[in-house]
Ligand binder design. Structure first.
Ligand code: PLP
Ligand code: COI
Length: 341
């Protein structure tokens, strides 16, 4: 094996080839054996349902090289379960949690040399992908599927790491409908977000901010991350039928409770931002990304949350606790971490 020449500390959130990916095919009504591949490309039928009708789902989780030399993977069972939920949502065959986890562990182990060193600030991003490969011309689910997992070392999703960023409310595009696919991790939601995301970046913001599509009244999500706000010793996060059930957010709700905070999952009117003491975006890629301000340009409003760009004390506590668990430096009392053997 040749030496890797990677500048770990300056890694971006992007793709880099690694040694192997793992694959599993669904044919004749059943999932096959796990295969190991070093090919970066996949060969699929031009009439595959993933290409035409968006029968496609993905996941995202991370593995960390820790201070004690061990490799830890965060909440892979929860990712397996969310993929199963997505499969039910767009009529794809479910993969068992056992098979999902076996494949995750295998692909991480096979690419161990790409797991960034401890304290580099980088980690190994694991990207499971499930696509309908069977040919259809009518709008129907495929009868053949490919499940593949690749990994790639990544740095922070937002520039500047754990530092507050500005967001902008986008009212002219919806990412997902109230009874649509927003609760599933399907590619179509991300296609629907590209214009809004570009607009936010063009205006100089870190990310776009979505309100509920029906009334444009309540907070939904922040780009590819969930939203949380803190006030009166309470962790508040949106209850919505059009946002992704974030595993990071679920973990933070639990940690907030452990820290003695009250937790509320409810509709959050955008104007309530005025009373928030802290706010952040959370997700696997974003970890916790504090929010400095949210501008609602059409309404001529700017909700300033952190004037100095620094994370608030509770966000910092939650961040430290979550990172501590992910890196094996805090007790894993909820059984979230898998230590690779
Ligand atoms: N919301 C969206 C739209 C996302 O793409 C993600 C990323 O996965 C999240 C929220 C955060 O979810 P998680 O914490 O499970 O990564
Ligand atoms: C994640 O946090 O895992 C994401 O999916 C974010 C984005 C790269 C889609």
């Amino acid at each position: 094996m040749s030496e890797l020449n990677i500048d770990w500390a300056n890694l971006k959130f992007g793709y880099m080839p690694t040694d192997y990916n793992v694959r599993c095919y669904f044919r004749n009504g059943a999932w096959g054996e796990i295969e190991v591949s070093s090919e970066e490309s996949i060969n699929i039928h031009m009439a595959a349902t993933c290409l035409h009708y968006g029968q496609e789902a993905f996941e995202g989780l991370k593995a960390y090289r820790c201070k004690d030399g061990k490799i830890r993977i965060f909440r892979m069972e929860a990712n397996a379960e969310r993929l199963q939920s997505t499969c039910r949502g767009i009529l794809m065959p479910e993969l068992s949690t056992e098979k999902f986890c076996e494949m995750v562990k295998k692909v991480v182990k096979l690419n161990e040399r790409f797991i960034p060193p401890y304290e580099s600030g980088a980690s190994l991003y694991i990207r499971p992908l499930l696509i309908g490969t069977g040919a259809q011309v009518g709008v129907h689910p495929a009868n053949e599927y490919l499940f593949v997992i690749f990994v790639t070392p990544v740095g922070p999703y937002f520039k500047g790491g754990f530092f507050a960023n500005p967001y902008v409310v986008i009212r002219e595009y919806d990412r997902s409908a109230p009874l649509g696919t927003g609760i599933y991790k399907v590619g179509g939601n991300y296609a629907a977000s590209l214009l809004a995301n570009k607009k936010a970046h063009d205006l100089g913001y870190a990310c776009e901010f979505y309100l509920d599509a029906k009334e444009k009244k309540y907070i939904d999500e922040a780009g590819a991350a969930n939203f949380f706000g803190i006030k009166n010793n309470t962790y508040i996060t949106p209850k919505s039928t059009s946002i992704l059930p974030s595993i990071t957010n679920k973990s933070l709700m639990q940690l907030a409770e452990d820290l003695g905070l009250k937790v509320e999952r409810r509709q959050i009117p955008i104007e309530e931002l005025e009373t928030m003491e802290e706010a952040g975006a959370c997700g696997t890629a974003a970890v916790i990304s504090p929010i400095s301000k949210i501008d609602d340009l059409e309404m001529n409003k700017s909700y300033v949350i952190s004037k100095d760009g620094k994370p608030g004390p509770i966000s910092k506590k939650l961040y430290d606790k979550l990172r501590g668990i992910q890196y094996g430096e805090e007790p894993d009392v909820h059984g979230w971490v898998t230590v690779l053997d």
